[in-house]
Design a protein around this ligand. Structure first.
Ligand SMILES: NC(=O)c1ccc[n+]([C@@H]2O[C@H](COP(=O)([O-])OP(=O)(O)OC[C@H]3O[C@@H](n4cnc5c(N)ncnc54)[C@H](OP(=O)(O)O)[C@@H]3O)[C@@H](O)[C@H]2O)c1
Length: 327
């Protein structure tokens, strides 16, 4: 079977290769084997290949934080999924044609879910959901500001916030995205830059913003802080700039603001496995109904992993890059 390995850390399109390896074999007791149908290339996978992600396993290693698969066999004692079921996998190393994993790590999803959307269910939808629920106790009518608003997470934040009557101020790098984001439910859009706070104030009429979601870091964090009300929270959950967040003293000391960090794993760890399954079930239904979705720009074959990785690192994409190992 085919699998993607990296045998050194570096530019993803240089270090990743599609290799032929032994099949995963039959499932043991409590295990599940599934065929990987699609996997996306997320910014965290790119960092993983570069060696700049928080996990830096010994090499060679297989990347891949998420995928959608179809169960081909289950071992003794596995009753919550059966052959033919669609599943997502809570564990990593998913850039392969087939996986053999612990039964408890797979979650069954509805059979009629769009497979490309299902491949992107595991990480970004719960991230957007928990960013809105776990950081600040938001009430209907409150404003939230976010950068990378046109990213997959950003679009999901817009949709989930709208369902909760929370207003979103959406920061992007080009104004050609405004109409698209407003059609999704964005309340206001603005282009990032040195005058961000003034531009935001003009659009909110000075209404307080209590939560800023930051996935750019560097000076972009400081620009979000300048838009926040006193006592507001900047939640850093990514670094598209590759820098650490810069939090100005004016916000921290003068404004009593807080800078906090978010990572999905920690959010999920505060919930039971049953709660996690219910949450994914609800998100899967919203994907199936089309309320939540992430655009896809292109699907590659697994043998084209280097081209796929190069493409995934381009700015101004219209959507995610996916790989279909069985294409
Ligand atoms: N902490 C967690 O648990 C967690 C979970 C999921 C995702 N994340 C983070 O969330 C962020 C978005 O992920 P995603 O999968 O939604 O991304 P995505 O759909 O692949 O989109 C990438 C976004 O980053 C923007 N971008 C790229 N380079 C940039 C730069 N140098 N400065 C500012 N913006 C830049 C792009 O804007 P353009 O269109 O203008 O190029 C685009 O909006 C990433 O940082 C990811 O690591 C964190």
């Amino acid at each position: 079977m085919k699998r993607v390995d990296i045998d050194r850390y570096g530019a993803p399109e240089d270090v990743a290769r599609c290799v032929e390896v032994a099949d995963v074999g039959a499932p043991g007791a409590g295990e599940v084997v599934f065929d990987v149908l699609y996997f996306p290339i997320n910014p965290a996978d790119v960092s993983f290949c570069r060696g700049t992600y928080r996990l830096r396993p010994p090499l060679p290693a297989t990347p891949g934080a998420e995928c959608v698969g179809r169960v081909s066999a289950v071992g003794a004692g596995v009753s919550h999924v059966k052959p033919g079921d669609l599943v997502i996998n809570l564990q990593r190393e998913n850039w392969a044609e087939r996986r053999r994993v612990r039964g408890d790590d797979v979650i069954a999803i509805p059979p009629d879910l769009d497979l490309r959307q299902a491949a992107m269910l595991r990480i970004n939808p719960p991230t957007a959901l928990l960013l809105l629920s776990d950081v600040v106790d938001l009430k209907p009518g409150d404003w939230v500001i976010q950068n990378v608003a046109n990213s997959a997470v950003g679009r999901l934040v817009i949709r989930l916030a709208r369902a909760l009557s929370i207003r979103t101020m959406n920061v992007v790098r080009r104004d050609s995205l405004f109409d698209e984001l407003k059609a999704l439910g964005a309340d206001a859009c603005v282009v990032d830059g040195p005058d961000l706070a003034e531009a935001v104030k003009a659009k909110t009429g000075g209404a307080p913003i209590r939560l800023a979601l930051d996935a750019v870091s560097g000076q972009a964090t400081a620009r979000l802080s300048a838009c926040l009300a006193d006592g507001g929270v900047v939640c850093n959950y990514g670094s598209m700039s590759g820098e650490d967040p810069v939090m100005p003293r004016a916000g921290l000391i003068g404004g009593g603001q807080k800078l906090v960090g978010f990572i999905l794993g920690r959010g999920l760890a505060t919930r039971t496995l049953d709660q996690v399954r219910v949450m994914y079930g609800e998100l899967a239904h919203q994907l199936r109904d089309g309320y939540l979705s992430a655009p896809v720009e292109k699907v590659y074959a697994i043998e084209e992993i280097r081209a796929a990785l190069a493409h995934a690192q381009r700015g101004e994409r219209s959507g995610k890059i996916l790989v279909a190992p069985h294409r």
